[in-house]
Ligand binder design. Structure first.
Ligand code: FE2
Ligand code: FE2
Length: 175
């Protein structure tokens, strides 16, 4: 078990808050995801879980942690609602990692390590784009985990959950 220093935690929290309050990233809140969740809520939930998991282990360097954080926030940064584009419905699952990556490069100039994590997050749906690094494998797994959880949420609780989730994602590290 490893413990992050206060300075490291502050640095990660600052990155998280920068994206959380970014106008372009907030557009993801208009895109519906799984029940009661938006693309925005989903992405920050995945980010929180990924950092929590990775921060436990020494094998993730601080640089790895930063890459995991940025990649998980932007892994679904595709910025369109596939429900509104009939022609995208079928292709969305396989196509959106590449769209998200291209958008993230355009808007945030992310490094190659982060690009790789985003591009491979839908594997095995994208057989050729498989996660090679431990960071990519982690985001791939945690994204699935959160997606399944969101899929199980009852429709009736949708509105209440949305507000609850917005509160839940307001900080990377809960006090
Ligand atoms: Fe995705
Ligand atoms: Fe996702």
């Amino acid at each position: 078990m490893r413990k992050l220093t206060k300075q490291q935690k502050d640095e990660l929290e600052a990155i998280y808050q920068k994206f959380l309050n970014d106008e372009k990233v907030q557009k993801m809140n208009e895109i519906q995801m799984h029940r009661g969740s938006s693309c925005y809520i989903h992405s920050f939930r995945v980010a929180k879980l990924c950092v929590k998991k990775a921060a436990r282990y020494h094998r993730y360097s601080f640089e790895d942690l930063k890459n995991v954080l940025v990649a998980s926030i932007l892994h679904d940064y595709y910025l369109y609602d596939w429900r509104e584009h009939h022609e995208l419905k079928k292709k969305h699952g396989r196509r959106h990692p590449l769209v998200a990556c291209a958008n993230a490069v355009r808007d945030f100039n992310i490094p190659i390590e982060v690009q790789e994590i985003i591009k491979t997050h839908m594997w095995p749906l994208t057989p050729k784009l498989y996660p090679k690094t431990k960071e990519a494998k982690l985001v791939n797994r945690m994204d699935n985990h959160i997606a399944v959880k969101e899929g199980l949420t009852f429709r009736a609780f949708k509105k209440r959950r949305h507000e609850k989730y917005l509160k839940m994602i307001s900080h990377l590290f809960d006090e």
